[in-house]
Design a binder for this molecule. Structure first.
Ligand code: GLA
Length: 518
């Protein structure tokens, strides 16, 4: 027993226990530091990709690394994402960013590793795409951070500006030129519009879409980038042609293409537009989506509606927020002359018909001064046939939709010009009653739409959405019409009709458009 006690005491000695604990702890630390060296990724990183106009497209990664965990945010042009998932560390990491966008969620994923003072990163739009490689460098803390929300005004009814008694007609740069639009292009488009018969047919607005902006000067005035050296001179030029000039901005800090938005500068921007001689503003939600909820849209749009009115210059106000929150119900109240009802159109039969034929329920909301906008025309952009473009033109006219050509007016074929300047179809679009047409009959791929016109007249369009031609019949009694005079608006001919109906062969993806009077 005596001999055992010292051994027992030795084992329990505090010195011995400390050494063991120390050993274990050092082992844990050694293991941990071997796998997650540090917090080297922590900081604000930026990728600056030059645009051709002297501005930069920016992607920010604001990272906080704690061992194997990376948190923080990612900003890609106007999109702000919170990092919701990460693996790895400085030697190689993957981060996933998530943002709320109305009712849905958007995600981005970046892979990367630290290389000296740089962060080498890559991302893919879709899993099947090749990755885009980028180099990020350290940026000052706070640069590119999500700005604060603006206080929102109480809602009131913005007085009607008296404009757009019929749907606006003109041209917009986006569908064809996107970020390649510049001063010279706009001037030559105005030249074309003023001399090719479009102006006489009613096309008036020459609208510059996104990517004209640079930053702001020290007083907060919006600056144009080097593609637009002098906006006032450009407006003067367009006005001398008897046309009007439109511009584009966003209630958010950034536009869809990541350019400067009007956030916090609404009054100032409206004054600038008026001073330049701008006649039309398209105001695109885009960069506002991370700061505000959809329910807050009316207040944001009202700020600019009021600001435009305050300038005293007649400026058509075009709301672009893709038809969210049933904009047709409140767009007029915030001063809107027109409001987009859907996402972006593409030059494709599917896209055009999905949008155009999907407008039926919105008919009650169109009225003089306030129009549903199913987006700009794709006529002449090349991916649809002439028959399909006639369907596009006819459908937009039936819908009392704005007619904003989206093609290169300087080089279009005579056939495309003829479609865009069909006076009889334009007269339907521009009918002063401003009543939007509706579908009155449908069977499979065939649809008949009618639109009430001023006087004793009605537009009737027989659409064949099928891949084969189809014989279609319209019965006057079904439309509540008895004696009729019928004119074909694409043949430019009166049609001899006998009896209670009219039967005609409609080409595949085509239309027969009639004006019926009694
Ligand atoms: C959005 C709009 C388009 C166009 C682009 C510009 O996508 O819906 O019509 O204005 O932004 O960036």
């Amino acid at each position: 027993m005596e001999t055992m006690r010292p051994q027992f005491h030795r084992f329990r000695s505090p010195v011995g226990l400390t050494s063991v604990l120390f050993l274990v702890a050092s082992l844990v630390v050694a293991l941990a530091t071997a796998q997650q060296p540090n917090d080297q990724l922590t900081g604000n990183w930026v990728v600056r990709t030059p645009n051709a106009d002297g501005t930069f497209r920016r992607t920010y990664l604001n990272l906080k690394q704690e061992g194997q965990r990376i948190t923080g945010s990612i900003r890609v042009t106007q999109f702000y994402y919170l990092i919701t998932d990460s693996t790895g560390g400085a030697d190689g990491f993957t981060i996933t960013g998530t943002m709320r966008d109305g009712k849905s969620e958007r995600k981005v994923q970046y892979e990367g590793k630290l290389a000296g003072n740089e962060l080498h990163i890559s991302t893919r739009r879709r899993p099947q795409d090749n990755p885009t490689q980028m180099i990020a460098v350290r940026a000052p803390a706070g640069e590119g951070a999500l700005p604060a929300r603006l206080p929102l005004p109480a809602l009131h009814k913005v007085p009607d500006n008296g404009l757009a008694r019929t749907p606006p007609m003109g041209w917009n740069s986006w569908n064809k030129f996107a970020s390649r639009v510049d001063d010279a292009t706009v001037r030559s488009i105005a030249d074309a519009m003023a001399s090719n018969g479009m102006k006489e047919a009613g096309y008036l607005y020459v609208n510059i879409d996104d990517t004209w902006e640079a930053g702001r000067d020290a007083q907060g005035n919006i600056l144009t980038n080097k593609k637009f050296p002098d906006m006032k001179a450009l407006a003067d030029y367009v006005h001398k042609k008897g046309l009007k000039l439109g511009i584009y901005s966003s209630p958010g800090p950034n536009t869809c293409a990541g350019y400067e938005g009007s956030y916090g500068h609404e009054q100032q921007d409206a004054r600038t537009y008026a001073a330049w001689g701008i006649d039309y503003l398209k105001y695109d939600w885009c960069g506002a989506r991370t700061l505000y909820t959809d329910e807050e849209m009316p207040a944001l749009y009202q700020i600019m509606g009021d600001a435009l009115l305050k300038t005293k210059r007649p400026i058509v106000y075009s709301l672009c927020q893709y038809g969210r929150l049933d904009v047709w119900k409140w767009g007029g109240d915030v001063g809107g002359n027109l409001w987009r009802t859907t996402g972006d159109i593409r030059d494709a039969w599917d896209s055009m018909t999905r949008i155009g034929f999907g407008q039926n329920d919105l008919a009650p909301w169109a009225r003089p001064g306030h129009w549903n906008d199913p987006d700009m025309l794709e006529i002449g952009n090349g991916a649809m046939s002439e028959i399909e473009y006639k369907t596009h033109m006819s459908l937009w006219a039936m819908l009392a939709a704005p007619l904003l050509a989206g093609n290169d007016l300087r080089s279009m074929s005579p056939a495309i010009l003829t479609i865009l300047t069909n006076r009889e179809v334009i007269a339907i679009d521009q009918d002063r009653e401003g009543k939007q047409g509706k579908q009155v009959w449908k069977s499979g791929d065939q649809e008949i739409w009618t639109r009430p016109l001023s006087g004793k007249a009605r537009a009737v369009a027989l659409f064949n959405r099928a891949k084969d031609e189809a014989k279609m019949t319209v019965r006057w009694a079904d439309l509540g019409i008895t004696k009729t005079r019928v004119r074909d608006l694409w043949l430019h001919q009166d049609i001899e009709t006998q009896g209670p109906d009219y039967t005609v062969v409609v080409p595949a993806h085509g239309v027969v458009m009639l004006r019926v009077t009694w």
